[in-house]
Design a binder for this molecule. Sequence first.
Ligand code: GLU
Ligand code: ZN
Length: 280
Amino acid sequence: MRTRFAPSPNGPLHLGHAYAALVAHDTAGASGGTFVLRIEDIDGERSRPEMVDESIDDLRWLGLDWDGPAVFQSTRLDSYAAAARRLKALDLLYPCTCTRAQIAAAAQSHGPDGPIYPGTCRHRDVDPANAAWRLDMAKAMALTGPLVWRDVEAGPQPATPQAFGDVVLVRKDLPASYHLAATLDDATDVVSLVTRGMDLFAASSVHRLLQALLDLPVPEWLHHPLLLEADGRKLAKRRGAPSLADRRRAGEDGKALADALRSGILPAGISLSQGLHHGP
Ligand code: GLU
Ligand code: ZN
């Protein structure tokens, strides 16, 4: 079995990342499996190279080790482009030039990722030169038929990717969106157990659909609880959650912090969301 931790290097890692990394690492360790570190650095605008080195130092400070060298999404752009060509050949993608503001103004409903795209460009003649490419969700689901995916704690889940509407798979500026890149990479990295936070539970339905469309192997999933602020919101650097690098530089013992998180001892004011999975 293989798990992975897949941080995006667009900011410092914080305690929530430490928890996620521990879940993936320890779950692999518990069954003699393999733990992969994947750096999700395709977002050139937001990714910062110095964050990659910092993150690697943070993980080592926590006492974590991974199998083989870290892998980088930025080296895999060709595989994303190839998958997009395949979906276009199936006539499942269409170009969209709508702005965020236009979508927000026209949206009738909200999905797990914000306003649901109202389909404005689906049957329009759009210049593909400067467009994002969206998945025609209804068409894709009709092609695959009903799908199921399995979370090891929550059990079998009927896939409901329609909750996201026509998701972007190819961004204007990049050959893949998160959904496409992460799904392809989990196949490339031969991940058999996708471990990540409960905040991405719904997204797994989209990934299951992409696996069916692209004939990719289907892993199992483990969605762990999230570390929450006192007000119940998810830890986020923008709200000043201390970074792991700050703690490391202040001389804190990273292995002791990792063990505390493992035993459910959390810093003051931080709690764990209700989740199906208890402890890394
Ligand atoms: N790179 C994503 C993040 O940092 C995680 C993706 C995943 O685990 O599927 O939120
Ligand atoms: Zn559009």
